[in-house]
Write a protein that binds this ligand. Structure first.
Ligand code: ADP
Ligand code: MG
Length: 731
């Protein structure tokens, strides 16, 4: 067989782009056609049933069984009208991926007759045989059952795969004892908690609002590479990232890829997955090249958090599926290539009301300004108090390679608000301190703040791309989330710490008001305290700089660079107080997550360890020896014609150099295997993951450096693995 690398290169270079035919020119003609959304439900349901479903969704209350039967029957009719013949509960177990188990609508009756059925029971609850999903000890064998339960707040949808169409019902996944086994159940709880905590605060300023909901707009980064080249790299196939590979002569230093012309083949792919996403109601709107070669991004219009999370999970599935049609492979890993930027998933987060207000949008009147300031400052305070939780919730083996690598925020959590808002906060502090508060009873009370804040909207240039958590005009952008992450966890943590904070805020204001302080003055007084006590979390400078790491240490902000150590933040007294105290998790649910996240880390690193050993021994060393033999032959030939050693000095130098690297690879691979064996003996998962992190991973770098040196030394024709330039620049 010819070298797999060259076959793959040939295949990739002769690839034709796949032209996509869109259902219509206007997306609005086919947007959400595969979604059982509100209007469809209204069309298919009797009026009173529709009304009770809507009320239940709005209030987060249980849906009556008879109503569920009606919803099921209307869903079935709709789905069958659309050509679906099966259904599945669609859920998000703690593996990070989505899960489904299909059942047919078809039901045999007597005498080889059959009908299509789908009853309320099947809609509301299922018991998937899910014993092998991670549960962190929650499900003992005697109570091994797990249930999926319908989440009516996220609409059902139909996935099309050729002629196969499946009705998918978003669900949560819980154990027999009612404990959450997934990402979604705690997210829903946190949304509810935040809604409950935020509404009384909003009502201090706006009596008409009856509902507050968190919103999320994610930005998904990804790499695309040719399928044949991907298949010729065992490390990409098995671990999602390249474990060896020398940096190409040209990387991203010219910045010529960012926002450049999208390559044709990629463009067709984008059109294709976008149209599928649009049919599923995912409102993707933007697409562009990212910084690294072969890297791209897409983003939707923001939505309510719950639906946005589902849509991101769904989008990642759609992207992977559609890529096959284009003979492309989408890489969602946080760091597929060393030396070029990795991928993140910015989570833009805000709060909206049913009166159409964005609570993080600076208002135009004094009253709305104060509302804005209240929420704005409470976010800062919440992050200040719980920065470690935010760090923990984005910790994964993949994200460790990206954070702090001068391409993504460091492991230090801080908040960027910009000069302008900083001045506004300073003014709040100085006005309250000056004691002018009681004199300012009129609308002028708001300390000229109203004269200043609207500028913020205009001043969109005031941005800091290095901050992990930045205010960007009307929302906060959590930038440290990894590209493959399920947004549920970071959103759940953010919702929870904010809710927890708002509850406290309301209590403090109420206390002052009871003590006869004017309400608005009371708000300002509490905000002033918050601004002062959380100023250490604010940072406007370059988060990538070494100076910041020093300064952050002085401020006692933590800077934990690796996952196993960052996960420990989940179990601090403070974290438990917030997460368990608020009822978002039971002790056992929290502990289960802690263990599962460690376990995930161990498994990923374990796989990488096996792979790097395999690559080094089976691919790199044989290629090096092949080339070395060629050189030896050459040297022997030189000798035979009587050449002096000085004439073939280069050859002998390379021969020796190759031997040096080959030996080093061998020795260090043995060391790495020993370290793994030692780590595997550790029973306690959190300790095992720390051993992997601290004693196995450092070996990877050493092995890699020798492999990469060999890649440079060895004759290109002999090298077996597609090189970075080929993976990244083959269009
Ligand atoms: P960027 O310049 O960072 O790419 P954009 O203004 O394009 O930012 O917005 C990025 C994301 O932020 C989009 O998904 C957008 O819908 C989302 N976004 C805008 N407003 C809000 C909001 N109020 N809540 C949540 N996300 C929002
Ligand atoms: Mg952004």
């Amino acid at each position: 067989m010819q070298n797999l690398r060259f076959n793959a290169l040939h295949e990739a270079q002769t690839r034709q782009e796949v032209h996509v035919k869109l259902p219509s020119i206007k997306v609005s003609d086919y947007f959400a056609t595969n979604v059982f959304h509100d209007e469809v439900m209204q069309h298919y349901l009797p009026a009173d049933a529709y009304k009770s479903v809507k009320t239940a969704i709005k209030n987060g209350t249980k849906i009556d069984r008879t109503i569920a039967d009606q919803v099921a029957s209307s869903m079935r009719t709709w789905a069958i009208d659309k050509g679906a013949n099966s259904y599945t509960h669609w859920f998000q177990p703690l593996t990070g991926a989505t899960a489904e188990k299909h059942d047919s609508f078809f039901m045999p009756t007597q005498n080889f007759k059959s009908i299509e059925v789908f009853a309320g029971d099947a809609l509301v609850q299922q018991e998937p045989d899910a014993s092998s999903f991670p549960n962190g000890g929650i499900r003992q064998t005697f109570e091994a059952r797990g249930y999926t339960a319908w989440d009516p707040s996220s609409p059902a949808f139909i996935i099309e795969r050729g002629d196969g169409k499946t009705l998918c019902i978003p669900t949560i996944f819980i154990s027999y004892t009612g404990e959450a086994l997934d990402f979604k159940a705690p997210l829903l709880k946190s949304i509810h908690y935040l809604e409950e905590a935020a509404l009384p605060v909003v009502n201090m300023f706006d009596r008409h609002a009856t509902k507050v909901m968190p919103t999320l707009g994610w930005e998904q980064e990804y790499f695309l590479i040719d399928e044949a080249l991907y298949n010729a790299r065992p490390d990409l196939v098995m671990s999602g990232r390249t474990l060896i590979g020398h940096a190409p002569a040209k990387g991203q230093q010219l910045d010529d890829h960012y926002f450049g012309t999208i390559p044709d083949r990629v463009y067709q792919y984008m059109l294709d997955f976008e149209q599928e996403s649009h049919k599923l109601g995912i409102p993707v709107r933007t697409r562009h090249n990212e910084v690294a070669p072969g890297q791209f991004e897409c983003a939707p219009m923001f939505e309510e958090v719950n639906v946005a999370v589902d849509h991101n999970q769904l989008l990642m599935d759609v992207m992977e599926r559609v890529a096959k049609r284009h003979k492309l492979k989408v890489l969602l890993h946080e760091k597929p290539f060393a030396g070029v930027n990795g991928s993140g998933k910015h989570n833009n987060w805000s709060l909206g009301t049913d009166t159409g207000k964005n609570l993080l949008s600076p208002g135009k009147t004094p009253r709305t300004n104060l509302l804005f300031l209240t929420f704005f400052v409470n976010v800062i305070k919440a992050v200040h108090e719980n920065a470690d939780l935010l760090r923990a919730c984005i910790a994964t083996a993949g994200n460790d390679h990206r954070l702090g690598a001068n391409e993504a925020p460091p492991a230090i959590i801080s908040v960027f608000i910009g000069d302008h808002l900083q001045r506004v906060l300073d003014e709040v502090v100085s006005t309250v301190k000056s004691g002018k508060l009681s004199a300012l009873k009129s609308d002028e009370l708001k300390l000229n703040i109203h004269n200043r804040i609207p500028d913020v909207l205009l001043d969109n240039t005031d941005r800091n791309r290095t901050s992990p958590f930045a205010f960007t005009g009307n929302k906060f952008e959590f930038r440290a989330v990894g590209s493959s992450a399920n947004c549920s966890l970071p959103m759940m943590i953010l919702n929870t710490i904010m809710a927890h904070q708002l509850v406290q805020f309301k209590q403090e204001v109420d206390k002052l008001v009871k003590g006869k302080e004017d309400k608005e003055a009371a708000v300002l007084r509490v905000l002033k305290d918050y601004i002062e006590s959380s100023k250490d979390i604010l940072f406007e400078g370059d988060n990538y700089s070494a100076a910041w790491a020093k300064e952050a240490a002085k401020r006692k902000l933590s800077n934990v660079k690796t996952t196993p150590h960052a996960l420990d933040f989940l179990l601090t007294k403070k974290a438990k107080n917030v997460l368990v105290g608020s009822g978002m998790f039971t002790e056992r649910e929290l502990l289960a997550r802690y263990e599962i996240f460690h376990e995930n880390y161990v498994k990923k690193v374990q796989i990488e360890g096996r792979l790097i050993g395999e690559l080094a021994i089976d691919y790199v060393i044989p290629a090096a020896i092949d080339y070395q033999n060629k050189l030896i032959q050459n040297v022997m030939g030189m000798k035979s014609i009587g050449s002096k050693p000085t004439v073939y000095k280069t050859q002998t130098t390379i021969i020796e150099s190759i031997s040096g690297h080959v030996n080093a690879i061998y020795v260090n691979t043995e060391k790495m295997i020993e370290a793994r064996k030692k780590a595997n003996l550790i029973k306690h998962e959190p300790d095992k993951s720390k051993a992997y992190c601290d004693s196995v991973i450092p070996q990877f770098e050493i092995i890699r450096s020798h492999c990469d040196k060999l890649e440079q030394l060895v004759d290109d024709q002999t090298w077996r693995l597609p090189k970075y330039r080929e993976l990244l620049f083959t269009k």
